[in-house]
Design a protein around this ligand. Structure first.
Ligand SMILES: [Cu+2]
Length: 131
């Protein structure tokens, strides 16, 4: 996401009660991690392996997480926290499903890494919000 769009998102977020302390760098990193995870999980799902259902769920969850962060006026700190928890849980589920294939499938390896990175980025954002 470029700086101009980030400014717009930032201005939008400042209008949200109780959200003034959100770390914009962490939120941008989280959005980027969600986008990367959505992409790699979508590619993973195409393989049609037994991780495909989890990968599709993870891609959808990350997509929703990322899009919600672009519409912070429609969020509250509580709903944001719950969304981040859900995204972490789905990323960890998918990571667990893809990891057993990491040796044989480069795509699953990539997907598992993207899931881990996304869960970590969500966790970091969550911790920055818990004041
Ligand atoms: Cu996979």
């Amino acid at each position: 996401m470029d700086a101009k769009m980030m400014d717009a998102v930032s201005a939008d977020m400042m209008s949200m009660p109780g959200m003034q302390s959100m770390d914009m760098a962490l939120m941008q990193a989280c959005m980027d991690a969600c986008a990367a995870c959505e992409q790699s999980c979508t590619v993973c799902a195409v393989q049609g392996m037994d991780c495909a259902p989890a990968s599709m769920n993870c891609a959808d969850t990350c997509n929703t997480m990322m899009r919600s962060m672009l519409r912070m006026q429609g969020m509250t700190p509580a709903s944001m926290m719950a969304m981040l928890d859900a995204c972490i849980a789905m990323c960890e589920t998918c990571e667990d499903m893809c990891l057993p294939h990491a040796e044989t499938s480069e795509v699953c390896k990539m997907s598992a890494q993207a899931c881990r990175a996304c869960a970590d980025a969500c966790q970091a954002l969550k911790e920055s919000m818990a004041v």
